[in-house]
Write a new protein. Structure first.
Length: 230
């Protein structure tokens, strides 16, 4: 099965964009004061469309907060530390706390696996993200192309915004015996044979760097990020 066909890419990109110029302006990427990455070892790259507009990770703030990571995000991006490389069978997980979201237009966050060529236009990775409205999405980058592997859809395991406006999600990738599974809050929401996600125009391998994927205009605290069995 070829996940990376031009038609699928076009549909995925169209679905990700607001429908009118007014909507896009209302949800334009913010610029976070005092931005940049201040956690040793970590790097980041904004999405291709943001980079073309001259934006960078300097427009967001990626900082340590106690033993956690505090991400105040402008442009959508991926963040990683090369030390978090995994191979063979492994589990990568983290807990995301969004203190106050927008229930009518939630922005997603999650974990990517199989990272290679990161920081370049030839990067490859696969991410699973959760939204505060109870939906999830599995999507990948192959160079500058965006490819939807499992469309955005609801799942009972994905938490929704609470009465305080916030939400917490535990997100994990479990790679075992030729399969890669995304689990949210302890429940597997998507599962793939390695052949579905590795190959030409897909991941180079499920081995690779593990990191964080965040959409734009988010404020989220990440705790417990790590890789075991790597």
């Amino acid at each position: 099965m070829r996940l990376y066909c031009a038609t699928a890419v076009a549909i995925a990109l169209a679905a990700a964009l607001p429908s009118t110029p007014a909507a896009r302006n209302q949800d334009a990427d913010r610029v976070v004061a005092g931005g940049g990455i201040t956690v040793p070892g970590w790097q980041g790259k904004v999405d291709a469309n943001a980079a073309r507009e001259g934006k960078s990770v300097a427009n967001s703030k990626f900082a340590a907060e106690g033993g956690n990571l505090h991400l105040a995000i402008g442009p959508a991006a991926v963040y990683w530390n090369p030390a978090n490389a995994a191979s063979g069978d492994f589990t990568a997980k983290a807990t995301f706390r969004e203190a106050k979201g927008s229930a009518d237009h939630p922005h997603p966050y999650g974990i990517f696996i199989g990272g290679s060529g990161l920081g370049t236009d030839a990067q490859r990775l696969l991410y699973c993200v959760a939204y505060g409205d109870g939906t999830y999405l599995v999507r990948g980058f192959s160079g500058t192309q965006v490819v939807t592997v499992s469309k955005r859809q609801p799942h009972a395991a994905v938490h929704k915004y609470g009465a305080d406006g916030g939400v917490t999600q535990e997100i994990a990738w479990n790679v075992r015996g030729g399969r890669a599974e995304c689990a949210i809050n302890g429940a597997t929401v998507a599962s793939f044979d390695r052949g579905e996600i590795v190959g030409d125009d897909k991941l180079a391998s499920t081995d690779g760097i593990v990191g964080l994927r965040v959409s734009h205009n988010l404020d989220v605290v990440v705790s417990g990020f790590g890789v075991t069995g790597k």
